[in-house]
Design a protein around this ligand. Structure first.
Ligand SMILES: Nc1ncnc2c1ncn2[C@@H]1O[C@H](COP(=O)(O)OP(=O)(O)O)[C@@H](O)[C@H]1O
Length: 903
């Protein structure tokens, strides 16, 4: 188009260069011609006067007058001669005039030819213009169609249906081209206007010519009259010439008229162009944009209206939904009530909570002596078997003489110092509830006995109530009352013993760390056995844990078996051989044990000094001894046994290491209510969200989402490798990661040291040390962290690495104890690929930890895909109690079978 414009402009300029002189030159020439004619004519009229001096003026009228007056011949001859002279002179003038006229006609002809040429060019220009206008009109109609499409019937369409940015760009481009065309047309129009002006000048010229011609004609008529007398032949030729001149004039007039018509058409063209321009201005992109914005606004308005309508609809739906929830809750409570009622009357399915409550009820009645031992036993059996006709059986039990001793499961009682989540310090608490629940699921009757701590979380106990009975137990030569509380924790029936002893053994605002811990737990062990004895239960397994309840084993066999309470077999699990419960031998007497009998190297005397050792007592007196991982079981047979290796060797046939599991209901990222967002292995976005939320809450930098967060949740004791934990903090900072520690220490100097580190990093936005115990926060840290550090010096089992993996946090651990049984190095080619799940190091030094951390960071940053697969794999590993509880079930059963066989 620009090219066309250039060509057009050039052509127009050329036309004007050529035409410009045309109207000027002919006009000047014609004016000269006309002036010449007039001068010639004037000269012709004046000549006789000039030649005669005083002669009167003569004309044809005078000649006729003279002829009519009848003058003399001479006079007439002289007069005739004079007249002939005049006539000759006039004729000469006339001839000259005609010659001039001829010249003028030639000039006129030339002008006409130029005008013709000019008109032809105009016609051509016009055709070009028309063609361009047609193109423009087509484009305009296309633009119109686009506009129409945008406006008509599209309002209802979604905003998504709006012309794309690409379409808009096309329209913009189109409009820019149209604008160029308009510019070109404008230039052309200016040229046309100039052409028009030329034509006007031509027209003027023609009018002038016309006037000169008419003057010539009148003169010619006069001359003709004269010529009638003198030369008809010449007259003929003049006449012919004049006729030609007339024809020429007519042709020129026609051409001028034609030019006027073209001019008119050009006017029309200009009108059209004006309209076109106006339309294009309408279609101007800015207007189009405004228009489009209007359309969008209208659409937004309609969307807003629809949104409001939806909102309204949603609100009413929510109302309905809320009403239905209320209704649902009502129904649910009714249903629960009914189900509870029915469960007492009819059969119930496997509802541990309910059966635990019934069991506690029965035990309570028995202890309170509301029912006889036999009745209680019958009811126990029914509870155990989930008997649907419990109440009917109860009513008819009076007539029953014998009790079917065959049951599908075992009656297992755990006596422990901790249980999650009601009284938790460390992993022991997790094991009690995790293993207990798993065994209960397998159809065993499981009960738990705990101290009634003042600091325990009563909110975690269902139906906590005190029985209307006091159980008496022996301590330091006296009998003391114990209040018995019952309740269910995680669906397990739990008995809480509250000693009515002046020492207020469990009113210390903490679980351990008291100066009289040995006495506290000696008291508790004895009271727990007393409770079981008085309830006259026929228990299969009494499972005691760690030194705090290790007293149970010697007490059971030395005291209670002698009283006929001997149906049970004792299982002792040592969760940590570091804590063995040693004391001067005489201290053992507090709970009624015979020091003399027990303070012997093969019984309870410690292997290295003269004190008694309750863990050793449990090893000696229990039917089953376990520890919490196979590797640790191996380790404690040598150095790790802390002096008890020989005892373990002696009793190795009953000693086994069973890897702990974790409670996968409590530790479940897809249901965990402590998390900001729940997630699972297939959808890790929630993990990212938890990380972001924790960073924000702990004022850690959120600048880099991909900056790895290293977690550590632990008791800060030497066993956990505190110096390596400290090193991990600095190493993480060096590697550009973030570190969060949750832990506290019972050891004052360690606590102080970490408080110092916490202060040091107080304003650091990559390191945070939280020196406290916080169960809820621990869940969040497991979920938020990318890596998890467990650099223990020794680790009987360790649960944190398993929990971390369940939450998709890759463990970096020292290869020891249970860590060695649960974490396998990603780069260890001696291990099958499918088992590799973390990073390990062997030597308990900073270098070992640094290497493992560097490898982990390297995978995390350089191989994100491998890392993601690792996270997903870790989250899918089965760390539940399922398989481990089966191993316990198996060893319990074998012990019970041996007992029955012996009986
Ligand atoms: N400061 C703390 N806050 C909350 N939970 C903690 C804290 N320290 C340890 N835990 C929890 O205690 C348990 C530790 O178990 P484990 O790894 O066997 O170590 P240990 O029993 O030796 O302390 C885990 O459930 C862990 O989450």
């Amino acid at each position: 188009m620009a090219c066309l414009a250039a060509v057009g402009a050039e052509a127009t300029a050329l036309l004007f260069r050529r035409l410009a002189p045309s109207p000027v030159v002919p006009r000047r020439r014609l004016a000269v011609c006309c002036r010449a004619h007039r001068r010639d004519l004037r000269t012709a009229a004046q000549l006789p006067q000039k030649s005669t001096g005083n002669a009167k003026p003569h004309n044809s009228a005078n000649i006729q007058k003279d002829q009519a007056s009848g003058s003399t011949d001479k006079e007439r001859q002289e007069k005739s001669e004079d007249e002939n002279d005049i006539s000759n002179l006039q004729l000469e003038d006339l001839i000259r005039m005609i010659q001039n006229t001829e010249k003028n006609i030639m000039l006129l002809n030339e002008a006409r030819l130029q005008a013709l040429e000019y008109v032809e060019k105009i016609l051509k220009e016009k055709e070009d213009l028309e063609r361009k206008i047609n193109i423009l009109e087509t484009r305009l109609s296309e633009t119109d169609v686009q506009l129409k499409l945008s406006t008509e019937g599209k309002f209802s369409a979604e905003i998504n249906d709006s012309p794309s940015v690409l379409e808009l760009d096309d329209i913009k481009e189109e409009n820019i081209l149209l604008k160029d065309d308009i510019q070109f047309l404008k230039a052309m129009l200016i040229e046309v206007a100039e052409t028009e002006e030329s034509i006007f000048k031509l027209e003027k010229e023609r009018t002038l010519l016309d006037a000169s011609f008419r003057e010539l004609e009148s003169r010619f008529i006069a001359a003709q009259a004269d010529m009638l007398k003198h030369g008809p032949r010449q007259y003929d030729s003049w006449w012919e010439k004049v006729e030609n001149l007339g024809d020429l004039l007519e042709t020129t007039s026609n051409q001028v008229e034609h030019a006027a018509i073209i001019l008119g058409r050009n006017h029309d063209l200009q009108d059209k162009v004006d309209k076109l321009e106006a339309s294009l201005v309408d279609a101007d992109i800015s207007k189009f944009s405004c228009y489009f914005v209007d359309i969008l606004q209208e659409r937004i308005k309609s969307v807003e209206e629809r949104f409001q309508a939806c909102n309204h609809e949603m609100r009413s739906q929510i109302e309905l939904y809320e009403n239905s929830i209320v209704e649902f809750h009502d129904n649910l409570s009714k249903l629960v009530e009914e189900t509870e009622k029915r469960s007492l009357e009819h059969s119930t399915s496997n509802m541990p909570e309910l059966w635990s409550r019934i069991s506690l009820l029965i035990e309570g009645w028995l202890l309170e002596k509301r029912i006889s031992y036999n009745d209680a036993n019958t009811l126990r059996e029914m509870v155990w078997k989930r008997d649907s006709c419990l109440w009917e059986a109860y009513l008819s039990c009076r007539v029953l003489q014998s009790i079917d001793q065959c049951s599908s499961g075992l009656h297992i009682v755990h006596i422990a110092a901790e249980m999650a989540p009601v009284a938790k310090v460390g992993g022991l608490a997790d094991v009690i509830s995790g293993l207990g629940k798993a065994l209960q699921k397998k159809g065993h009757l499981v009960e738990i006995i705990l101290p009634k701590y003042d600091c325990m979380r009563n909110d975690q106990v269902n139906n906590l109530k005190v029985l209307d009975v006091l159980v008496q137990s022996y301590f330091e030569g006296k009998m003391f009352n114990n209040k018995i509380w019952t309740g269910t924790v995680e669906g397990l029936p739990v008995y809480f013993i509250e000693p009515q002893h002046p020492a207020k053994f469990f009113w210390r605002a903490q679980y351990y760390g008291e100066h009289d811990d040995f006495r506290r737990f000696a008291y508790f062990s004895r009271a727990a056995l007393e409770l079981l004895y008085q309830s006259q239960k026929k228990i299969d397994i009494i499972h005691c844990h760690d030194w705090q309840t290790a007293f149970v084993a010697p007490l059971y066999w030395d005291v209670y078996a002698n009283l006929g309470f001997n149906s049970a077999r004792i299982c002792f699990t040592c969760h940590n051989f570091e804590y063995q419960g040693t004391a001067p031998a005489q201290d053992l007497a507090c709970c009624g044990l015979d020091v003399e009998q027990l303070d012997r190297p093969d019984r309870m005397r410690d292997n290295s000094h003269g004190r008694i050792n309750v863990v050793k007592g449990a090893i000696v007196y229990s039917n089953i001894v376990t520890t919490v991982s196979p590797t640790y079981a191996q380790e404690v047979r040598s150095e790790g046994g802390r002096g008890l290796q020989d005892s373990l060797k002696v009793h190795s046939r009953k000693f086994v290491g069973i890897l702990n599991g974790i409670d996968t209901d409590t530790w479940n990222p897809s249901t965990d209510r402590h998390l900001k967002v729940q997630y699972n292995a297939n959808d890790l976005e929630g993990k990212v969200a938890n990380k972001a939320a924790l960073r924000k809450q702990q004022k850690l930098s959120s600048a880099y989402a991909s900056q790895p967060l290293v977690g550590c949740i632990t008791r800060l004791v030497p066993q956990k490798g505190v110096h390596l934990i400290r090193h991990a903090i600095y190493k993480t900072a060096e590697l550009g990661g973030q570190f969060i520690l949750l832990g506290s220490s019972p050891v004052p100097h360690i606590q102080r040291e970490f408080e110092g580190i916490a202060d040091h990093f107080q304003n650091n936005n990559n390191i945070r040390l939280l020196l406290k115990y916080d169960d809820s926060l621990s869940h969040w840290i497991y979920a938020a962290s990318d890596m998890f550090i467990v650099p223990s010096m020794f680790e009987p089992c360790g649960l944190t690495q398993m929990i971390a993996m369940r939450y998709g946090s890759v463990p970096i651990v020292r290869k020891t104890g249970g860590l060695n049984d649960s974490v396998f190095d990603l780069d260890d080619e001696t291990i099958p690929m499918e088992l590799r799940n973390g990073f390990t190091f062997v030597k308990a030094d900073e270098q070992g930890l640094s290497d493992a951390m560097e490898r982990a960071f390297s995978y995390y940053t350089r191989k994100p895909d491998v890392w993601k697969q690792l996270v997903q794999k870790d989250m899918s590993i089965d760390f539940s109690w399922d398989s481990s509880s089966s191993l316990y079930e198996d060893i319990y059963q074998r012990a019970v079978d041996r007992a029955r066989a012996a009986a």
